[in-house]
Every structure is written in structure tokens, then in C-alpha cells.
Design a protein. Structure first.
Length: 133
């Protein structure tokens, strides 16, 4: 667990974020990509230390491709660029939220967001009564 006293109120610079980030056993960190204008979650990708450094210092989102074992900067081939507007590590520093201006669809399927292609029916609860809705 991260001690909140370690995080400056002004926000972390790239070096501080890299020092604080907790990567998994494969050296990766989950990166949740959210559209700045709508707050919609567009996709989730993976970053290693170098991809995180590039994302925080270059202004474009860079991922580590687990299948191709190489870096990919979102939009270099498709033109569907993600411009970084903000970034934040979660409370345990083991996941990253990146807020972006998205150009074109975020998903490789052509959908605006990756979570539009396979909706799952989940039981919901009425927030006023606590009973199943």
C-alpha cells in the first residue's frame, strides 16, 4: 500500500512516477485509457517501465505488446492517436489511469471503445433499496 504522504500535492513528475510504480512479475503495469471529454473507458493496455516513461514524457500513449513483444505507440499505423491529457497511478501504484484526447476509434475492431464489442449482462442492484433491479 502506498503511503499518501509520499505523493506530493503538485503531482508526480515522470521520474517520481517511475520510482513509485509497482510492476507485476512480468514487469508490466495495467493502463486504463479514458477519454477526457466523456470520461468513457476506451481500452486497457500494458506498459513496462519504458512504455510508461515514453507515455509520460512524449505526450502520446505507448504500450508494450505482450503478443508481439515490442512497443507500439497508439495511432502510428491506424492514425487513431491518443494524446495524453493527464495520468495518475492508483492508490497501490500498480495500475495507471491515462486520460486522453482520442482521434478516431480506440479499438482495433473499429469500435470507439474496446468495451462496446462484448457487453455482459450483469445483475444490478437498486441503489435506493438494495434489492435486485
Amino acid at each position: 500500500m502506498t503511503d499518501a504522504r509520499l505523493i506530493p500535492a503538485r503531482g508526480l513528475d515522470a521520474d517520481e512516477a517511475l520510482a513509485l510504480a509497482r510492476f507485476d512479475d512480468h514487469g508490466l503495469l495495467a493502463a486504463v485509457i479514458q477519454e477526457a471529454s466523456t470520461k468513457q473507458v476506451l481500452m486497457v493496455g500494458w506498459m513496462d517501465r519504458e512504455a510508461l516513461r515514453r507515455t509520460l514524457t512524449e505526450g502520446r500513449v505507448v504500450f508494450w505488446s505482450r503478443s508481439r513483444q515490442e512497443y507500439w505507440r497508439k495511432g502510428d499505423t491506424s492514425g487513431h492517436v491518443q494524446f495524453v491529457r493527464s495520468a495518475a497511478l492508483d492508490c497501490d501504484a500498480d495500475a495507471l489511469l491515462v486520460t486522453v484526447d482520442q482521434v478516431g476509434p480506440a479499438c482495433h475492431t473499429g469500435a470507439h471503445a474496446c468495451f462496446e464489442t462484448h457487453p455482459v449482462h450483469a445483475r444490478t442492484i437498486d441503489d435506493t433499496t438494495g434489492a435486485p433491479a
